[in-house]
Write a protein that binds this ligand. Sequence first.
Ligand code: HEM
Length: 475
Amino acid sequence: MFTGDDSLKVLASVIPAALCLVIWKLWNMHNYNLRDRTCSLPLPPGSMGLPLIGESLNFVLMGADFYRNRLKSYGSVSKTNILGHPTILVLGAKNVRKILMGETSLVASYWPQNIRTLMGEGTVSHSEGPVHKKRRKSIGKAFNHAAMSSYLVESQDIFRYYIKRWCSQAAVLGFSECKKLSLRFACHVLIGFKVSEKEVEELIELYTVFADGLFSIPLNIPGLGFHKGMIAREKLMMKIGEFLDRRKDWDGVPDALTYMMKLSEEELTRTELKEVVMELLFTGHVTSGSAACSLLFFLGKNKEVLDHIVDELRQHNIDGDEGKITLEEIGKLKYVSNVVKEVIRIAPPVGGGFRKALKTFVLDGYQIPKGWTVAFSIREAQENSNSFPDGDKFIPDRWDALTTEREIFFPFGAGRRMCVGKELGKLMLKCFVVELAINCRWDLLNEYPVFEEMPVPRPIDGLPVVFFSIRKLGT
Ligand code: HEM
């Protein structure tokens, strides 16, 4: 017999299920209503995930695989919801390039509020319009030909210092060493300081906590990543303030800071200037450090590529004995350039980014509604493009056959937000390859490390490496 108790039990299970269904329907209706009704084109396919949280958990936990799965399920343009924002995922070289080149006409730079708070509003990445243009122009002056030549001389000393140290140790962890090398290089070039090893380690520690804060839940509660990131930010700003004070009587080679300080007399507050320096040191060392570590890995694993580099250096009489390499000589090293391109193609330090749609526009026959977030993947575009057959394989020679790069390869972005440190980053990596090839050899202790791809590519085991010197390095 069906009793009153039984009916209550049925109701107790049916009501929550019905409620879930209603919430689910309302959520989908809400998302459907976010489309641009004045546009007759449909929204892209995709799933908006669970009510309120959307697909945020998948996005955070799956990293780069999130994009790969979406490509398989829905193609190059799909819709989702990340961190409460209706979002369009954009994949494929042609589409990604359209977004990058559409800055200010179709889209605008967009950063979640926690990242804005931690980085600060004075930074290049977060400035907009004429202010953004002026800041970029001013920093760009620090990367003219004369300035780059002078950086090259100093940078070789920095690389040799590290290579000598690595060769004197039983084994080193490639990832953390490359980060230190890159930060020291960035400090020297960008703010004109020869920082001590102790200072480098202190800065790395602060920047690591700071970076964790950028990718944590945006709650300023003691003990949580964001709060720790804010404390690291204060310490970094203090340290950079000290650097600025020490620079008052500067008479060295003009560096990025010299140009920024000139600008600051006109319109940057001291806080903004400190924020820009903090940003340049951060973006500069994190990206280049990751790429330098990937170089160690790919050259350590593909010894024939290293042999080919050595041949090219011999052809150009570059052996390290004849003093330092010049910018002109570096420019002639075609194969070295291919190797660097291949590394940042296969392991791009900046895997993608975010924008906000300024108006409704069309991509692959779908509407991209005004106000939606646009998330694009540089990594996927460079991995899956038809222009790069066997895209997951490290093949530096592939670059000989490619006639045009602009449309398919953008590890430094493109358009108005293209990386301000592009030339410096490339120069640093080429110079690192040359110094490695003429001074040492190395063995990877693990030839099959697992790489994390976000926020930057890094081997989970830190890449343990044993170095051997092949020529005597000065002190
Ligand atoms: C291998 C090294 C590097 C790679 C692969 C790289 C990559 C990128 C990419 C892809 C962007 C554009 C992001 C977007 O469109 O949202 C970017 C922007 C930026 N990069 Fe780099 N970068 C590198 C080195 C550097 C260095 C050395 C510096 C410092 C001098 C730097 C400073 C910046 C800044 C300030 C921006 C923001 C530009 C803007 O918003 O106008 N990067 N970088």
